[in-house]
Design a protein. Structure first.
Length: 431
C-alpha cells in the first residue's frame, strides 16, 4: 500500500503544534513521512503558511525528493495551486480531508463502503470545482464568450450533483435493507449493542473479549464478519463488524463501527450516515475511549464523540479502556477529569481482560428491560417444536410438567415483541 514519501505541513493559530495524528493518518495511507514543516501564525490566504515558510517548504521538498506534501490544514483550491507552483514540478499537494478520503478509498471493500467513499469524494470536489470555475472566469476576463464558458462549467457542476443524487439513492436502498435486518434480529430476540469511539481506542479488541466463540455463518449473513481485525492502524475497515454475544443470558449482537477522528467536516460525516446508522439504531452504545490519552485530549475526544452521536442514541455507557497503560493515580485523575462527560464509566483493559465482567453487568443493566412470562401448553410434538423456537429467541427460566404430564408449563424472559409472538404462537397450538 506504499504511496511514496511525504513531508507533513501544519499551521496552527494557538502556538502549539501537534503532528501525531496527521502522521498516523499519513502512515495509514501508506506514506513514508521524512520530515515536517510547521508554523504558528494566522492563515495566509495565498499559501496557508506565510510566504517565507512556504518557500522553505518548497526547498525541503526539492532537497528531500519527496513526491507529496500533506497539509494538516484544509486547503482552498487557490492555496493548493500556489503551493504547487512553489514546489518542484509534479509534487502532489493534498490536505487533511483529501488524505482521509485516500485512506477510505484504500480500505473500502464492500459495495456500501465504496459508494460512501465516492459520495464523500464528490462532496469534497464540488466546492473546489465551483471555485476553479470562478478562477477561470477571472483569468478569462471576457476573452471568451461568457455564455459558452458558463454552459461548459454548468455541465461539470451538474454532472457532479447528478452523481451525488444517484449514489444517495443507492445508499438509501442499502439502508432500507439494513433496517429490515435490524428489525428481524430484534424479532429473533437479539439486543443491539454498538461500539463507538476514536480509532485505536481498542474497540476491536473489546469486541473479541465480549463475543462468543460461535459466530453467525458468514455465508448466511453477508454483513457479519467471521472475526474482528485488531491492528494498531487507523481505519482498518470502513464497514461494521458484528458478532454474537450472550451477555449474562441476554442474546446480543455487538457491532464494531468505524472509528472517529478529529475535525471531520459535516459533509464527510453525512457521507457515512449509512454506516453510522448502525450506532444510532442500537439499543446501547459503548463509547470506548483511550484513558491513557492526556486529560485535555481525552476530554476533547469524548466531547467530539458525544457530538457525533447526537441526541438520537438511546443509551450510552463510556468505557475508559487501556487502563493498564497508566498508574492508579493517573487513572483517578482521568476519571475525575471527565466526570461531567462520563459520569459513571466502566474502567477496563481489553488486552488484559480486566473490567470485562463489570462491563457485561453494565450492558445488561442498560439494555431495554425484558418481560417475564409464563405459558401453559398441551404436551404435544407441536409444543416441543415451540419450545425449541423459544430457546432460540428468549431466555427459558424453567419448564415443568404438572399432574399427569398432559401439560407443559414454561417460564421465560424476553423482549416484549418476543413475548407477544410467543403468546400468539402458543394460542395456535391445539390439544
Amino acid at each position: 500500500m506504499q504511496s511514496g514519501s511525504a513531508i507533513i505541513a501544519q499551521r496552527t493559530d494557538d502556538g502549539t503544534t501537534d503532528t501525531a495524528e496527521i502522521r498516523a493518518l499519513a502512515d495509514a495511507a501508506g506514506y513514508d513521512v521524512v520530515e515536517e514543516v510547521t508554523q504558528n501564525r494566522a492563515e495566509d490566504s495565498t499559501y496557508q503558511f506565510g510566504r517565507g515558510t512556504a518557500e522553505t517548504l518548497a526547498e525541503r521538498v526539492e532537497a528531500s525528493g519527496v513526491t507529496t506534501v500533506i497539509f494538516d490544514n484544509p486547503l482552498s483550491p487557490q492555496q493548493t495551486y500556489e503551493i504547487a507552483e512553489l514546489c518542484p514540478s509534479g509534487t502532489e499537494i493534498i490536505d487533511r480531508y483529501r488524505l482521509v478520503l485516500e485512506i477510505f478509498g484504500q480500505q473500502a471493500g464492500t459495495r456500501r463502503a465504496k459508494l460512501q467513499v465516492e459520495l464523500a469524494r464528490l462532496r469534497y470536489e464540488l466546492p473546489r470545482v465551483q471555485a476553479e470555475i470562478r478562477l477561470e472566469k477571472e483569468v478569462a476576463n471576457e476573452r471568451r464568450s461568457r455564455n459558452g464558458l458558463g454552459e461548459k462549467e454548468d455541465r461539470r457542476i451538474t454532472d457532479i450533483k447528478d452523481r451525488i443524487d444517484r449514489i444517495e439513492s443507492k445508499l438509501d436502498s442499502i439502508s432500507d435493507i439494513s433496517d429490515q435486518r435490524r428489525g428481524k434480529r430484534r424479532e429473533q430476540g437479539f439486543a443491539l449493542v454498538a461500539l463507538a469511539g476514536y480509532t485505536n481506542a481498542g474497540k476491536s479488541t473489546l469486541l473479541r473479549r465480549l463475543a462468543d466463540e460461535m459466530e453467525f455463518e458468514p455465508n448466511n449473513h453477508d454483513d457479519l464478519e467471521v472475526s474482528a481485525e485488531v491492528e494498531d492502524r487507523l481505519f482498518k475497515t470502513l464497514e461494521t463488524t458484528t458478532r454474537r454475544a450472550e451477555v449474562r443470558g441476554r442474546k446480543t449482537l455487538i457491532t464494531d463501527t468505524v472509528g472517529f477522528i478529529d475535525d471531520l467536516p459535516h459533509w464527510l460525516v453525512e457521507s457515512f450516515e449509512a454506516t453510522l446508522t448502525e450506532t444510532y439504531e442500537a439499543d446501547l452504545v459503548l463509547l470506548v475511549a483511550d484513558v491513557s490519552d492526556p486529560l485535555p485530549e481525552l476530554r476533547e475526544k469524548l466531547r467530539t464523540s458525544h457530538g457525533l452521536l447526537g441526541d438520537d442514541v438511546e443509551a450510552v455507557v463510556t468505557v475508559l479502556n487501556k487502563a493498564d497503560r497508566i498508574t492508579d493515580a493517573e487513572l483517578d485523575e482521568r476519571a475525575s477529569g471527565v466526570a461531567d462527560l462520563a459520569p459513571n464509566p466502566v474502567v477496563a483493559s481489553a488486552t488484559e481482560n480486566e473490567g470485562i465482567d463489570a462491563l457485561r453487568g453494565r450492558i445488561v443493566e442498560q439494555l431495554p428491560n425484558w418481560k417475564t412470562s409464563e405459558l401453559t401448553l398441551p404436551n404435544t410434538s407441536e409444543t416441543m417444536s415451540f419450545l425449541s423456537w423459544l430457546y432460540d429467541h428468549a431466555r427459558v427460566e424453567s419448564v415443568w410438567y404438572p399432574g399427569e404430564r398432559e401439560e407443559v408449563v414454561v417460564e421465560f424472559a424476553a423482549a416484549p415483541t418476543i413475548v407477544r409472538r410467543a403468546t400468539a404462537k402458543a394460542d395456535t397450538i391445539s390439544v
